[in-house]
Design a binder for this molecule. Structure first.
Ligand code: GUN
Ligand code: ZN
Length: 442
């Protein structure tokens, strides 16, 4: 049994858009988080626990639920920050060649190790992941994540056209591989399988129908894909699927849009699309750093909320420019600012923790500091240098500003360098190397 002392921040419910003083925020400065011997949260208290609890003293640091990245590509760390293209050229020039290399199981195994340890080192404890078309990329990802007890939702990428040799499957092979992988991994430990359609242009109508049939056969499966990300992509989908009402409808008519669907981007959806997502409870994974980097467009968050669509936040690495969620949340603030909107730290941090967990139907196991949840938590420095230290000291001395000012400044100015340690299911899985800060273990 372990107890961690820190400034604890999580959410009871969803914060209202734009609200600075919001009752959803649960702020418990200098409290103890108690963790059962099985790795679940036992409770939170102000007073020091008894001697039977192993104490970890992080007073003066911020403890939050680990971040949930709802859309990220394990084979794309090596294509981050590739110059000069929009989506379709970026895929052909950089991304497809990099993914082709993952046909080699050794490359997939080493790459999955690198990816999982990078997630943990950036403050992410759970993720919805695109590996590659190759079966071994899924095995490698789930095997590696299982060793760290992480919640991972993933599946073999389906793509049977408009991709280079070595990166295409067939309907029959894809079906066999998917069924095999579902049997091997879905519900094993914290692994869940997602039927993973890359995007409409790289699947034939027959493959989309097969993917829909997989979803219909087992309602506990997730589905992940990309939708309405880029204007040239929108035009291409309209040509390829001239009979569909919209890009989203290409997926919806085959039964791919449901309560466990995670649709990345959704920048160019229309009102009917948003109503269709809301009707079934599918979520949009907003990928702000990717949308800025690839010049895809400015996602309208309040418009999605008004339509009743759940919005989570994701890095979309390697289209995204950082695996760190604060950096992506900072981009999200800037995207909304360009739309004349203001994203509070509360809406942003909730979407990256409890909001994402609930949209994935996993609110009972992660995303908050509720008793019974796995202790998936990160401990962060409030500041990590002269400049953000100065900013934080200004916030602390100006009483009028309140907690939101402090947390907002942290969210905008911090990154993975502020991360002291990452815990998954009650065990420390990453600790910043010595020389950066001191951790006091009592
Ligand atoms: N659309 C289809 N594939 C991809 C991908 O790998 N990244 C992004 N951002 N969009 C996609
Ligand atoms: Zn993506």
């Amino acid at each position: 049994m372990k107890a961690i002392r820190a400034d604890l921040l999580d959410f009871n419910t969803a914060p209202a858009w734009g609200a600075i003083d919001d009752p959803s925020v649960r702020w418990r400065p200098d409290h103890w988080l108690l963790i059962d011997s099985d790795g679940r949260i036992a409770g939170v208290q102000a007073q020091a626990p008894g001697p039977e609890w192993q104490r970890h003293d992080h007073r003066g640091q911020l403890l939050m639920p680990g971040f949930i990245d709802t859309h990220v590509h394990s084979p794309q760390l090596g294509v981050m920050a590739s110059y000069g293209t929009e989506l379709l050229d970026w895929l052909n020039t950089y991304t497809f060649p990099a993914e082709t290399a993952w046909a080699d199981p050794g490359v997939a195994a080493a790459g999955s190790e690198r990816f999982i340890s990078a997630l943990l080192a950036h403050g992410t404890t759970a993720a919805v992941v695109f590996p590659t078309v190759h079966r071994s990329s899924v095995d490698a990802l789930f095997e590696t994540a299982s060793r760290h007890h992480m919640r991972i939702i993933s599946g073999k990428v389906l793509m049977d056209r408009h991709a280079p040799d070595g990166l295409r499957d067939t309907v029959a092979q894809a079906e066999r591989d998917s069924i095999d992988l579902i049997q091997r991994w879905h519900g094993q430990g914290r692994n869940s399988y997602a039927v993973t359609v890359r995007f409409a242009p790289t699947s034939t109508p027959e493959q989309l129908a097969m993917a829909g049939a997989l979803c219909r056969a087992d309602a506990s499966l997730y589905m992940q894909t990309h939708v309405a990300e880029n204007q040239a992509e929108m035009r291409w989908v309209a040509e390829l699927f001239a009979d569909a009402r919209s890009y989203l409808d290409v997926y919806a008519r085959d039964g791919l849009v449901h309560a466990r669907s995670v649709l990345a981007h959704g920048i160019w959806l229309d009102d009917d699309d948003r109503a269709a997502l809301a009707a079934v409870g599918a979520q949009i994974a907003f990928c702000p750093s990717s949308n800025l980097f690839l010049g895809s467009g400015l996602f309208d968050w309040p418009q999605a909320l008004d339509a009743g669509v759940a919005v989570s936040v994701a890095t979309d690495v390697g289209g995204g420019t950082s695996l760190n969620m604060q950096r992506n949340l900072a981009c999200a603030y800037q995207v909304q600012a360009l739309r004349g909107q203001r994203l509070t730290a509360w809406v942003a941090l909730h979407a990256a923790t409890r909001g994402a967990a609930q949209a994935l139907h996993l609110g009972h196991e992660m995303g908050s500091l509720e008793p019974g949840c796995w202790a998936d938590v990160c401990i962060w420095d409030w500041s990590h240098g002269v400049v953000d230290g100065h900013r934080q000291s200004m916030v602390e001395t100006s009483q009028a500003q309140g907690l939101h000012e402090r947390v907002f400044a942290w969210m905008l100015l911090s990154d993975e360098r502020h991360l002291a340690s990452t815990w998954v299911a009650g065990t420390e899985q990453h600790r910043r190397s010595v020389g950066h800060h001191t951790t006091a273990f009592a």
